[in-house]
Design a protein around this ligand. Structure first.
Ligand code: FPP
Length: 256
């Protein structure tokens, strides 16, 4: 049988391939992720919600590795919000055990990958076992110079802003500076994120299209990217899609 040439088909395949490649230019340095959909992921499989959280926890390690591969410098993950205390006690207890479990399982590998652990959020009120596991990991990785894994634990952006204002007013009272000295950069330094670069790209999984009190100040000029995929299923390919979309965006910061 004679071969039939279909050059138009060939062309299409190579275009698809090209679109799947993340170029090294214009990659986001700081990626923030709202890891949503653990409960629905579990529900879909007839599993209890905590099984989704466990799978979500394991996926954190996978995505840290992927982020590292694509040269991301800071990865901020929303692990527990100030609003999550409204959940049933059993689920809260489970969620509070996850940082310890995560670090017990993966800290040696994270250290090997030169990852530095940081956190944002109201740390002092966390259960002792959560605090001590996280604090130990922070101490052990503080000299690491690779990716910053910034875990938002008991984090709420409005609370963060109010706390920053209180501290600022207190510092004015102590006459550290005057009202007229306050500017955006200075105020930003009072937030949990301190002098960390603002997120370049913010991803939310599970089809919800809102910020849920996450990084409100810091995301003023962040590019947003949403996917219907539940967090435990979020993988390298989907991350790549987000990066490729990000690379096509024109960030103008209000300019032209
Ligand atoms: C939201 O999904 C997810 C959370 C509240 C917890 C996220 C935590 C992890 C992914 C693991 C944390 C890992 C570390 C390293 C601390 P949901 O439960 O609201 O899902 P649903 O909307 O489908 O119910």
């Amino acid at each position: 049988m004679p071969m039939i040439k279909l050059p138009f088909l060939k062309k299409k395949t190579s275009k698809v391939k090209q679109e799947n490649i993340v170029s090294q230019d214009n990659l986001p340095e700081h990626v923030a992720i709202i890891m949503d959909g653990n409960g629905r992921w579990a529900n879909k499989r007839g599993l209890p919600r905590f099984a989704g959280h466990k799978e979500g926890m394991d996926n954190v390690k996978t995505i840290v590795k992927v982020a590292n591969k694509y040269n991301v410098k800071i990865l901020t993950l929303y692990a527990f919000s100030t609003e999550n205390w409204k959940r049933p006690k059993k689920e809260i207890d489970y969620l509070m055990k996850l940082p310890m479990e995560f670090l017990n399982t993966y800290l040696p590998e994270l250290i090997e990958e030169n990852v530095q652990i940081q956190t944002i959020g109201e740390f002092d009120v966390l259960p002792t076992h959560t605090k001590s596991a996280v604090q130990k990991a922070k101490n052990q990785t503080k000299e690491n110079t690779g990716l910053i894994l910034n875990i938002a634990l008991n984090y709420g952006s409005r609370y963060e802003i109010v706390q920053a204002i209180k501290k600022l007013v207190d510092d004015i009272d102590k006459q550290d500076f005057q009202l007229g000295d306050i500017n955006e950069e200075m105020f930003g330094n009072y937030l949990y994120t301190g002098d960390l670069r603002d997120p370049d790209l913010l991803i939310r999984t599970s089809g919800e299209i809102r910020l849920s009190n996450f990084l409100l100040w810091q995301s003023a000029y962040t590019e947003f990217w949403f996917t219907d995929v539940f967090w435990p299923d979020f993988n390298e390919n989907i991350f790549k899609k987000a990066l490729i979309d990000y690379q096509k965006r024109k960030r103008r910061y209000g300019g032209i």
